[in-house]
Design a protein around this ligand. Structure first.
Ligand code: SF4
Ligand code: SF4
Length: 85
């Protein structure tokens, strides 16, 4: 299992999720953050920190945002690790 960052993160990037992640598995581009599915340890700490409820268990991602499973996997390989500004 992994968590998945979805559409509501786009343009938010307040990064409340970052400090609570023990696996440092968030990556980012100019748009949003992504979670590496191979690094996420499925602790769920990030879920309640996100003010716009952008993070879901992979099995619970709303149908309209299912494409974000692939997007997180791909972007986390391409992007730099997310860092606090
Ligand atoms: S807290 Fe939520 S919206 Fe903000 S950067 Fe993290 S995942 Fe994105
Ligand atoms: S579930 Fe835990 S390990 Fe995975 S991204 Fe969230 S805080 Fe990090």
């Amino acid at each position: 299992m992994t968590m998945v960052v979805t559409e509501p993160c786009r343009g938010c990037k307040d990064k409340s999720c970052l400090p609570v992640c023990p696996a440092e598995c968030f990556y980012e581009d100019s748009e949003m953050l992504y979670i590496d599915p191979d690094e996420c340890v499925d602790c769920a700490a990030c879920v309640s920190e996100c003010p716009v409820e952008a993070i879901f268990y992979e099995d619970d991602v709303p149908e309209k945002w299912k494409r974000y499973l692939g997007i997180n996997a791909q972007k986390s390989r391409e992007c730099l690790p997310a860092a606090l500004d």
